[in-house]
Design a protein around this ligand. Structure first.
Ligand code: ZN
Length: 624
């Protein structure tokens, strides 16, 4: 448990926090490497330096004590260490591998320690990623090391990757969960006549103009700078480089606040191949990011790159449809293409489709094909990110998109069989359907006629469905208006809570009914309201009655001590939490004295392991 680091905002693995030192240090931040070694500096972090040359544990302890006395309790001391390149195996490190105070006592006040793969972390507030600088350009080693180290340290500790930051890579490093960086590389670059920007580094010799308007750049030109003596040039470049780091970091912090860091790194990573590799490997590792990515976001999801297909939000949506969603018992499936306007059903094209289906609509189940989400059952068209993504539309689909969407459709149709599948699609959508039909050896009826919204195509769609309904084998399974609304809410509940959503629809409390106009549906059992659909992100908010029903599942449950919450629940009050909880998930809170519902502000593991920060934003509280 740390006392000196608090996370205030998260965007996936990236976070904004503060180290409670004097002065307080906001993270993510860039440390001045030079100041780290000095006791009298404005930076509240001091590096106690290397073990080398120290003869005994007592001598080490005395050194730390001396620093603490001089620097005071508001300064974080990075405990003495020996830094090795991470490639050296632990066995060959010798005995003075880490700092341990005699008798196992912990150094007082805020501390940091060096962290190496395979090493046992000491309990400190900050960890220094050993040899981080040597991992540049080695995306696989970097991500493996990062994930390994993160799995051994508490979530509310800060991670410092020294000797690595450049304006071009800050966004990616923070995106992956690094809290603290330094200016080592920027300083070295300055003394090597290298001018740094977020779009990459330039040799001063090659520059005609400065692509920056910082204080120093605004007053000079590359030609003028080249005439100065070496030391003056270095000072100039150092000031600019440092400024470039800080400017990029400000942008990254703003992106975290806005919840759009992913979109930024999808573009920014193109500056260097290893950064692009980091983006892809991060998605490939899935669980590291998935545990940290919120259940929904308030902002739009921009899917403009090929990596958007593997983005956690997209992959999670597809997985949940495959694992959690069950379609209504209808015999006809109609496949539609997506529409730019969201939710799809309010788009002009979908309005026409719906109108043409007319009275036959109650017999069909509608599923929408789309890139990058794959397939979206009509019931989930409001659910994040189905109603929140925007993508570049060219009419051309690349092979990855086709493969991804047909994979999603094929997985779905392998699991659920219909008596008839109608596809009102054209172009790449039709190609996708044909591929799936051939792979699964099923028949798909196509109703497009070169256009999807022409009178001909629309009546084709209607007539096709009509004739299926008229066929002998058709059993006339349908959903009336009331059942359709219930089915809508059930699909969302399953998406959100998994199979235990059935507890909400058990009719034990009373007859189920849905009130309200689309999309502001409210689920009732008799006179008791169980849940409300929140149209902004297409998920359910539970009432206390709904929470009581869901209790049995034990999922999305946060256990607290025997206090009566007033407002938010802080992490230290949490005794247990479902590890499946993600930030922004709807959660049920249960203690000896209270039952509450609210929204998770961190994931389940963080709630249990953190000693600071808001765990749940509570909406309703009931004393018990
Ligand atoms: Zn500048």
């Amino acid at each position: 448990m740390t006392q000196y680091f608090e996370i205030e905002q998260r965007d996936g693995a990236a976070r904004i926090g503060r180290l409670l030192l004097s002065p307080e240090l906001r993270t993510p931040c860039i440390l001045s490497t030079e100041e780290l070694g000095k006791l009298e500096s404005p930076c509240p972090i001091v590096d106690a330096g290397s073990f080398w040359g120290v003869k005994s544990d007592a001598e080490l302890k005395a050194r730390v004590k001396q620093i603490r006395e001089k620097a005071g309790n508001g300064t974080l001391i990075i405990l003495p260490h020996q830094a090795y390149p991470p490639a050296i195996p632990a066995e060959s490190l010798g005995k003075v591998e880490k700092f341990t105070a005699p008798n196992g006592e912990k150094a007082e006040g805020p501390t940091g320690s060096l962290l190496r793969v395979g090493g046992k972390p000491e309990k400190t507030d900050l960890y220094v990623m050993e040899g981080a600088g040597t991992l540049e350009n080695n995306a696989r080693r970097f991500i493996e090391t990062l994930i390994e180290l993160k799995s051994h340290i508490l979530p509310d500790t800060a991670l410092y990757a020294p000797n690595l930051a450049l304006p071009e890579n800050i966004a990616m490093l923070v995106y992956l969960g690094i809290d603290i960086l330094d200016d080592t590389r920027a300083e070295i670059a300055a003394y090597s006549d290298i001018y740094m920007t977020a779009a990459g580094s330039f040799y001063l010799d090659s520059l005609t103009e400065f692509p920056c308007r910082c204080r120093v750049c605004a007053e000079s030109t590359p030609a003028e700078l080249r005439k100065l003596p070496k030391l003056e040039r270095a000072k100039f470049l150092s000031a600019h480089n440092r400024d470039a780091l800080e400017a990029e970091l400000s942008l990254v912090r703003e992106r975290i606040r806005a919840g759009t860091l992913r979109e930024y790194v999808e573009g920014q990573c193109r500056v260097r191949p290893w950064l692009t590799a980091l983006l892809r490997l991060g998605d490939f590792e899935y669980s590291y990011l998935e545990e940290r990515v919120p259940a929904f976001r308030q902002n739009q999801l921009l899917a403009d790159t090929s990596e958007a297909l593997s983005r956690i939000e997209v992959a999670r949506f597809a997985r949940r449809i495959q694992e959690r969603y069950t379609p209504p018992e209808l015999e006809i499936l109609v496949l539609f293409p997506c529409a730019a306007k969201k939710p799809y059903s309010i788009s002009q094209s979908h309005q026409k489709f719906i109108l043409s289906l007319g009275k036959y609509r109650k017999f069909v189940h509608e599923v929408i094909l789309t890139s990058p989400l794959g397939i979206v059952p009509r019931e989930l068209e409001l659910t994040y990110p189905a109603s929140h993504y925007d993508t570049a539309v060219t009419g051309h689909w690349d092979e990855e998109e086709k493969a991804w969407v047909s994979g999603c459709l094929e997985a779905y149709l392998s699991k659920y069989r219909y008596k008839a599948v109608v596809a009102h699609v054209e172009g790449a959508y039709r190609e996708i359907c044909e591929r799936v039909a051939s792979n699964l050896n099923i028949e798909i009826i196509y109703t497009g006629t070169g256009s999807l919204v022409s009178m001909e195509a629309l009546s084709n769609l209607k007539n096709t469905v009509e004739s299926i309904c008229a066929s002998e084998s058709f059993s006339e399974k349908s959903l009336n208006a009331e059942e359709e609304k219930k089915n809508f809410l059930r699909a969302i509940a399953e998406y959100q809570f998994g199979e235990d959503a059935a507890l909400l629809f058990s009719e034990k409390v009373g007859k189920l009914g849905v009130k309200g106009r689309f999309p502001k549906y409210q689920l009732f059992a008799g006179k008791k309201q169980l849940a409300t659909l929140v149209p902004q992100y297409g998920m359910l908010a539970l009432s206390l009655e709904g929470a009581e029903l869901m209790l049995k599942s034990g999922k999305y449950l946060v256990a607290i001590d025997d206090f009566l919450p007033r407002g938010s629940i802080l992490a230290p009050g949490v005794t247990q939490a479902d590890p499946g909880i993600r930030p922004n998930d709807e959660v049920i809170v249960l203690g000896k004295n209270a039952l509450c519902v609210g929204r998770a502000m961190m994931n389940g593991e963080e709630m249990v392991k953190s000693s600071r920060g808001v765990a749940v934003d509570v909406r309703h509280i009931k004393k018990i």
